[in-house]
Ligand binder design. Sequence first.
Ligand code: CTP
Ligand code: MN
Ligand code: MN
Length: 513
Amino acid sequence: MMSQFPVKKRRPCQKEAPPPLNPEDPVRFPDVVLCLVEKRMGASRRTFLTTLARRRGFCVEGADSERVTHVVSEGNSGDEVVEWMKRYRNCWAEAPGSCPALLDLAWFTESISAGHPVEIEPRHCLGVTVKAEKPEDRCQVAAYACQRRTPLVHHNQALVGALETLAEEAHFCGSEGRRLAFSRAASVLKSLPWAVRRIQELSCVPCIGEHSKKIIQEVLEDGTSSEVERVRLSERYQIMKLFIKIFGVGVQTASQWYQEGLRTLSDLETHHAQLRKAQQAGLLHYEDLNIPVELSEAEAIGQVVRKAVEQLLPGASVTLTGGFRRGKQSGHDVDFLITHPEEGQEVGLLSKVISWLDSQGFLLYHSSQRNTFQAMEDELLSSHGSAATMDLFERCFSIFRLDHLHCSIPRGAGTQEPGSMVRDCGASLAWKAVWVDFVVTPYSQFAFALLGWTGSKNFERDLRRFSKLEKKMKLSSHALYHMEQKLYLSAASEEEIFQHLGLEYIPPKERNA
Ligand code: CTP
Ligand code: MN
Ligand code: MN
């Protein structure tokens, strides 16, 4: 019920504003802006001192001014001054670095007699009680990526690059534990709102193990890490990278080829018969598939896909997910999520869409058998839960032929290995091969699929880990299951899923963990 009595409004700023400026006063120290605390000093003495200071070329402003650099008080403790200032500036405590100096009147009188602001000495400063901080107050960085906001552009590129190289190398060696340790350390650094300069700054940051610390320290001191450089230059690392960039090739296959002595893409051509269909297509379009896909290209493909879907099932929707939804301007592929608001309508849609695109000449390769993931590779699976849950989706990996009529991006000509059967699509200015993933989901699972396919992979991994370890729930791209209550929790939006998990909502652009 509303109060019967009128609420009396407090308007301290009006009453306690300094007297108006006299245009004839000089401004001699523009970087020093004083504020005189009226409490205990009294209004008339404050006006007198303000006028005096201004005549001598000092700036004096009210407590609500963001420009204030020196707060001068008479007869108050530091804590009292802080309390008084907080009435005018509610952000006072939040930006300690930008807080003005809290000074006794002695500093003011000495400065007035000196004719300039004197250096601040300890005896001028008003002490403020520092509240005992609980350790968790200082450790603001959360341990799970899904509890942190991670922007696309962050402040620790060199450190992240070094750690991600080591994560990749560990992955190439099959050392999943080491891979996770390095990726987690890299991921947490991406979320820090500052550029790390000293290793001590990380004392409170979680997920950074001893080995990662050592690498970080090396990079901070020397600009590079010898271990990382060694990895980057090693033959095995370089060849593995070459091989896993082939569409349809994962670490296991690449590693096996390396052990068999294969070293170049031409070596693979001699093995052509042993390659799976996806890998053959991948090799054929190797160069194109390794040129980043631009957002405008993804949108151009989106238009074609929307047209097809709309025609085959009116009312169905096509959503661009993956990295582009997180705000990336380019990516290694394009990810689409398709659904229809009437549950059941979506059944069979994917094969119709794929057939239509294929008949129109848009697909250079597609693989959409029920067990699609078998055609792809091991590690796609291992990082995304069990085959049992993956199998439920209608999905398709494809290589899309993007005609540049659909897209105004000019492209440079590429280079071609002489005598190579690796078709240099870069030489063709008319079109480009682009990796496109399609997923069709029933409407009731849409929010889960959207959350699951938006990534990043680190964010997804921690969402699942957080659900399981902290909430006893199992999250997949289909559903959220409460393991103790033995029930499924439905959700119509990503926000609802975060709510079920007791997590603050993190928008896609801040999921770049
Ligand atoms: N994903 C998945 N199952 C797969 C492959 C991918 O659930 N077999 C999910 C991943 O968890 C990720 C999202 O799909 O969240 C997108 O994966 P991907 O396209 O590989 O990565 P992006 O984040 O889109 O990065 P890029 O921009 O390089 O494509
Ligand atoms: Mn993607
Ligand atoms: Mn993808």
